[in-house]
Design a protein around this ligand. Structure first.
Ligand code: HEM
Length: 214
């Protein structure tokens, strides 16, 4: 069995706390006056937060050089998908009691539902092919496929903006976080950041050598 580091364990515990909290609130009457909406909003929000955290791992690695953060990408992405699946299930089962006619009417008539479904449909193959086995099997295609996660993130932000209707500041902030991460990953920006880090490191080394020889 693969050994799990305390930091990885922390990621799993932190990602499961919102679910435990939601179950606790549901069991003890702690949900809002509209419990179905509360469940939908909370699972949707947790999915988005975890997706953004997963997308932030590579930019954090580029900015800081800290490699262990890269191992959080997959679990965070899978938890994001898990919460998105719960969110969708709450919509199907609690909101519409799995009545396909009404569900289809919502998908066809409400643009925010349509866009949410598109995001979920992108996340499904990404979650299924997230294992090392699939990574090896798909080779270069794997990277190209997994870049679609940014499109899913963008669609989720649009879904959120259209779902809240009035105050769109929060969804736009999440969108800005996704955009900033994407910008940091682009080759010219990435090269510039790495060059700055290398320059700072050599300056530090020179400083240390100078103080040793003094
Ligand atoms: C078929 C797919 C989806 C459906 C049917 C769906 C449905 C809904 C519904 C009904 C709401 C509004 C709840 C309300 O305020 O009344 C909502 C909000 C939301 N959804 Fe989705 N959703 C889908 C996919 C997703 C995905 C994939 C994500 C994230 C990864 C997501 C994240 C959110 C967020 C962040 C909100 C706003 C929560 C808030 O108001 O605080 N949704 N969704």
């Amino acid at each position: 069995m693969r050994k799990i580091s305390p930091l990885q364990l922390l990621v799993h515990v932190a990602a499961l706390i919102p679910l435990a909290w939601l179950i606790f609130d549901a069991a003890t009457g702690g949900l809002s006056v509209n419990p179905i909406q509360d469940i939908e909003q909370r699972t949707g929000k947790y999915a988005l937060v975890l997706l953004v955290l997963s997308l932030s791992c590579t930019p954090v690695n580029i900015l800081t050089g800290w490699a262990p953060v890269l191992r959080w990408r997959r679990p965070l992405g899978l938890y994001a998908f898990g919460y998105a699946a719960l969110h969708f299930l709450a919509f199907l089962g609690l909101d519409y009691a799995f009545n396909l006619r009404f569900i289809w009417a919502d998908v066809a008539n409400k643009r925010f539902i349509f866009v949410g479904l598109a995001a979920l449909l992108i996340l499904i193959p990404l979650a299924l092919t997230s294992t090392r086995g699939w990574q090896k099997r798909l080779g270069k295609m794997w990277r190209a496929l997994h870049r679609w996660v940014y499109l899913a993130g963008g669609l989720v932000v649009v879904h959120y903006v259209w779902a809240v209707k009035s105050d769109i500041r929060e969804p736009l902030l999440w969108g800005a976080a996704i955009g900033a991460g994407l910008l940091i990953r682009t080759p010219p920006v990435r090269r510039w950041i790495l060059a700055q880090r290398a320059r700072r490191l050599t300056a530090k080394q020179r400083g240390a050598e100078a103080s040793r020889s003094a």
